[in-house]
Design a protein around this ligand. Sequence first.
Ligand code: ATP
Ligand code: MG
Length: 416
Amino acid sequence: MARLQPVRGTHDILGDDMLRHRHIVETGRVIFARYGFSEWATPIFEETRVFARSLGETSDVVSKEMYSFQDRGGESLTLRPEGTASIARALVSNSLAQSLPQKIFYQGPMFRYERPQKGRYRQFHQIGAELIGAEGPLRDAETIAMARDFLVSLGLDEGIRLELNTLGDLSSRLAWREALVAYFRQHADQLSEESRTRLEANPLRILDSKSEQDRRLLADAPAFDDYLNDESRQFWDELRATLKAFGIAFVENPRIVRGLDYYSHTVFEFVTDKLGAQGTVLAGGRYEGLVEEMGGPAVPAIGWAAGIERLASLIELPEQKTTGIAIVPLGQEATLQGAAIAQRLRDRGMVVSIETRGAMKKRMDRIVKSGATHVVFLGDDDLQREVVQLRDLSTREQSEVSVSDIATVLENALSV
Ligand code: ATP
Ligand code: MG
C-alpha cells in the first residue's frame, strides 16, 4: 500500500510550525484582552444556510469553495469556511444580541475547497475578532488598532502596510454599481471571461479581479468616491481622522472590495509584499445585515480575520529559554529512584526527562542538544548512600547532593 498522506490541501502541524501557531494564538489572546475582547469557540460545522445566504450566493466561498455534505439524518451541513457567520449565529442562538456591544475573538480551523498552492490550503486556520454593536467609526478604528497591535507584537511591523477603503452605505453602492455596470457593458469585449459572468451577478467583484486584462480596464472605471453620499463621506472622514488619532498609518486603496457580500463602509487589509500573490495576512470590514440574517436584530459590527499559516510563515519564533533537567539513572534500581525524583521535580514545575537509552556518550550528546541545563546522575553506589551527582552543564561543575535536598538545590540553581 502506498504510504498514507494527509488529504490534498491539508497539512500536519508539527515541531516548530506548531510552536509558531501557538505563539500566534497566545500573542492574540494577550493583545485582545487589552481591548476587552473575550474568546468564543463555535462548532466547526453548521447548518449550510448559516453560510450560504449570509456570505452571498455569488461569493467565491459559497459558489465554489464550501465543504458541504449531508449527514446521516439528511441534513445539509457545511464545514465552516470562515468565522464571522458562526459568531453572528452564536450571538443570536445564545440570546446575546440584546447585550451589546459584544467583543469577541476566535481561532481555529476553516475549510475551503480551493486549489492548493503555497499559502493556500483546504484546511487552514484563522484567528479573528468581531465587535458586534459597533456604533460608529471609533469602533472601526479601535478594532483596526487591535489588529495592528497584534501584528506588531508578532514582530511584523516592518514590511506590512494597512490598506483601507470605504464601500459606503447601500445607496451609495447601488448608485456606483449602476455606473460600473454601464462602463463594463461598454467594454465587455475587453473583460476576462470570468468577469463577464460577474458583470450580471456581482460587478463589484470585478474590481478584485486578478486578471491583467481586467486590471487594464479598471484604470478608467468610474471611481466610487464620486458616488459617496454625504452620510457615507462623513463616516469615511471620521474613520480616517480616528485612525490618525490612534497613530495608525494607512494607505487608501480603492481596489479593496472584499470577497463577501456583507460588508459596508469600512474595508481593510494588512498586506505584505513577502508572500507573492498570497500577500493579505489580515483582512476585515464593517458589516450590517449579518446578525439580522441570523434572526436577530439589525446591529452593525466590525471584524477581521487573519490566516494563521500565512502569519506563521512570516514570524520569527522568540528565543526559547530552556531549563530542562535530565536524570541519568545507571541500572534498574536507579531508574526507579530516578522516576521518584523526576516526579518531585515536576511537582515543583521543572522540565524533566529521564534518559535511559544508549551509550553514555550518545546520551550526553542528546541531553546537551535538548537544551537541558543540569544532569542528575544516579549510580548504584549513590543509591545506597542516598545521594545523586549533580552536574551543571554551563559551568561543567559536578557536586554530590543528597536525594532529600535535590529538588531545593535545583530550584535555587534555576532561579538565579
Ligand atoms: P484570498 O483573496 O487570498 O482568497 P480571502 O478574501 O478569501 O483571501 P478571507 O476570507 O478574508 O480571505 O480570509 C482572511 C485571511 O485568511 C486571508 O487574508 C488569508 O490570510 C487567510 N486565508 C484565506 N483563505 C486561505 C486558504 N485557503 N489557505 C490559507 N489561508 C487562507
Ligand atoms: Mg479566497
